[in-house]
Design a protein around this ligand. Structure first.
Ligand code: PMP
Length: 433
């Protein structure tokens, strides 16, 4: 039919002028041109439940956010070298949401930029260059944030091609890693010690450590109990700074916590955020201490043309207002708990469903071919996602083996939508793939 042919023709045009490495979801994707709350609509009028859009935390098409951004555009948008109230007010609100002492904010435009700046801060503060990071991690596309990204799903050569200042340690994957279960922090740390000792022996010091506080890229897997407490202590003993990448897992998505690091009982030196804080408007931030922020002055000043613009600050504050008014963190907790219980029930009925990771509306359902060997069901996961699309659900895989469903919908997800997702998933598992 006509709209379908137009969609295919439009997709074919990607090849001409869109750079090839920019991947898209699905081999023959629907053409999505509208969204409302947790739903997306294609040009043929089909509705999809969007279970993957962790950026749009308020949901799609939020009228209050659109109106606030529109009004601010009409009034003023300019760069942050000018003096206006919104940048102070937004920074104050971010500081108020952060642990005591972390009360100084840099505003940027994305997670990659936030992590890039955080790495620079750690290096400027310590006077060292070496960074510790984890395998199976993603922190961004910019030169420095890419340097500490090790996920083989994006780049199979990543673990062996990082620059010499990057020291990636064994993935503390408590489900399928070298050591399994929550009580494995000591085991994982024993694998980190030789890396730290080698850095010590090199004599060039340690700038810091970056990781997601809940292992988001691996599928929402909790770090071993006490892992961050121990590793943070070792890093700080060497003068390094601890960076919590909260780009995916922070900002209320976990439901039970606003920040992922709360679950580990630690306070980082630097927090990086992006994605949901702008609900899709380009926005990122680095939150740290005054002393750490000031260390950048050794290198000059910091300036981002659009970071912290009046429109961006209004967008960020309106997102926070709506989150509070609509109790979205609470919704992430109640609907997330409900969904997690429904997904956990699949484990009893379907051998391929190996485990449900995560909490709130950051969940991962991991598919395995064998519950003992944990052989990843990679092709099956792709087929399940394709079939879910036919059934009206947008879902994608994550993790080094691309065998974990990354379940991170808008935080306004209703119980009915959560049930629809669980029902459709169960249908696919019953049908086979
Ligand atoms: N950190 C994490 C944990 C992420 O998941 C991402 C994006 N997927 C980034 C950083 C980079 O954010 P952005 O795409 O906004 O640059």
């Amino acid at each position: 039919d006509a709209p379908q042919a137009e969609t295919a023709a439009l997709f074919a045009r990607r090849r001409a002028h869109l750079a090839r490495p920019q991947k898209n979801y699905y081999a023959a994707p629907p053409q999505i041109e509208r969204g409302w709350k947790e739903h997306l609509f294609d040009v043929e009028g089909r509705a999809y439940l969007d279970m993957v859009n962790n950026v749009t935390i308020l949901g799609h098409g939020h009228p209050k956010l659109a109106a606030a951004i529109h009004a601010q555009w009409l009034r003023l948008n300019t760069n942050s070298r000018f003096h206006y109230a919104a940048i102070m007010e937004f920074s104050e609100r971010l500081a108020a949401l952060s642990p005591d002492g972390l009360d100084v904010v840099f505003l940027v435009n994305s997670g990659s930029e936030a992590n890039d700046l955080a790495l620079r801060l750690a290096q400027a503060h310590s006077g060292a260059r070496n960074m510790l990071c984890l395998l199976e991690a993603y922190h961004g596309w910019s030169a420095a944030s890419d340097a500490v990204s090790t996920s083989i799903a994006d780049n199979p050569q990543a673990p062996t091609t990082r620059p010499d200042w990057v020291h990636a340690v064994i993935s503390p994957n408590t489900y399928r890693g070298a050591f399994r279960g929550p009580d494995t922090a000591a085991n994982y740390l024993s694998a980190v010690t030789p890396v730290l000792e080698a850095i010590d022996a090199g004599g060039n010091g340690l700038a810091g450590f970056i990781c997601e506080s809940v292992y988001g890229n691996a599928g929402g897997i909790p770090l071993p109990d006490g892992y961050l407490r121990e590793i943070y202590a070792q890093v700080r003993a060497r003068g390094g700074l601890c960076i919590a990448d909260e780009v995916q897992v922070g900002y209320g998505r976990l439901g039970h916590y606003f920040w992922g690091f709360e679950q580990q009982g630690v306070v980082p030196d630097i927090i990086t955020i992006a994605k949901g804080m702008g609900n899709g408007h380009p926005l990122g931030a680095v939150i740290t201490t005054r002393e750490i922020a000031q260390s950048l002055e050794k290198e000059g000043t910091f300036f981002s043309s659009t970071g912290g613009s009046p429109v961006s600050c209004i967008a960020g504050m309106t997102v926070l207002d709506i989150m509070a008014e609509e109790k979205l963190q609470e919704n992430a907790r109640t609907v997330g708990d409900h969904l997690k219980a429904r997904l956990a029930a699949l484990i009893d009925r379907h051998p391929i469903a190996g485990a449900v990771h995560g909490m709130g509306l950051y969940l991962g359902l991991e598919f395995v071919r064998d519950r003992t060997t944990l052989e990843p069901a990679t092709e099956e996961t792709a087929a399940i996602c394709d079939r879910l699309l036919e059934l009206g659900v947008i879902m994608q895989p994550t993790g080094d083996h691309q065998n974990v469903l990354k379940i991170k919908p808008p935080l306004c997800l209703s119980i009915d939508s959560a049930d629809f997702f669980a029902d459709m998933l169960e249908k696919v598992l019953e049908e086979g793939w």
